[in-house]
Ligand binder design. Structure first.
Ligand code: F6R
Length: 253
């Protein structure tokens, strides 16, 4: 693991955008794995700005999102389909045929999971996966569990996740209880991974991901076993990391 600690949320997004842009310059037809939520927004804004100012070209890029709420149609403003269009896709020159997000309206979630996995495989696998992290150390919607779920699957959201995500809804009652999410194996198969986190409320989860035991009770801890992960966190999210790591860019193996 390499760790980059930034002074601010904006800088975190900038560091992440640099890695994503580098990936696209090197391989214009890259396959990106993408996350929703508050964390990656500054990265998306930066990438859109780089597209606008220096023409970073997304025309050959393919994207696979991590997850979607079950029962939410793409037109629903709270769906992750909608989020991605609003926060990223409508600001860049991506070909909509190359955009993939699990279908939260599918009738059979087992079939949908299998279809999604086949699509990723058909596109040659994910080159670069962008991840946020939940306060309970989930990645995608892989919640703490007694085992790591492998492939794209239906998940019941934890109470902590429902509470955390209620900020996007009128009330906690409106937060969907189920989602469909890439599995841990899907994520671990990506060539490169970047994990982003900002804010004090992510400090404990970041600590578990970087320094804790590798356990399905802290799903992000599995990333310690991936060969190429860059953790990009602002100083609040880094505040629980050992002093030897804090304040220094790029340290831990
Ligand atoms: C979103 C996702 C989740 C979020 C995590 C953090 O697609 O897969 O794992 O990355 O819940 O969410 P925010 O960034 O809103 O704190």
């Amino acid at each position: 693991m390499r760790i980059i600690i930034t002074d601010s949320y904006e800088e975190m997004g900038m560091e992440a955008a640099n890695i994503v842009a580098g990936q696209i310059y090197l391989k214009p037809n890259s396959v990106l794995g993408l996350a929703t939520g508050s964390t990656p927004v500054s990265m998306y804004q930066r990438l859109a700005a780089v597209h606008k100012t220096v023409g970073l070209d997304f025309s050959e890029v393919t994207t696979f999102n991590l997850d979607e709420y079950i029962g939410m149609s793409p037109e629903n403003p709270q769906s992750y389909h909608y989020f991605m269009q609003e926060n990223f896709f409508k600001h860049i020159n991506i070909n909509q045929d190359n955009v993939f997000i699990p279908d939260g309206m599918a009738e059979d979630m087992i079939e949908e999971g299998e279809r999604y996995e086949r699509l990723i495989e058909a596109k040659g696998g994910i080159d670069l996966q962008v991840l946020g992290i939940g306060q309970n150390a989930h990645i995608g919607f892989n919640e703490p569990d007694i085992k790591f779920a492998a492939t794209t699957h239906k998940v019941a959201l934890d109470d902590e996740t429902i509470q955390a995500n209620s900020r996007f809804f009128a009330s906690v009652k409106d937060v969907p209880r189920y989602a469909i999410s890439m599995g841990i194996k899907t994520i671990m198969m990506a060539e490169h991974v970047i994990l982003l986190a900002n804010g004090k409320n992510k400090a404990e989860a970041v600590y578990k991901a970087v320094c804790g035991d590798v356990t399905p009770e802290a799903p992000a801890s599995i990333l310690q076993l991936h060969r190429d992960v860059v953790v990009i966190v602002d100083k609040e999210a880094a505040s629980r990391l050992p002093a030897a790591i804090r304040g220094i860019h790029i340290v831990k193996k």
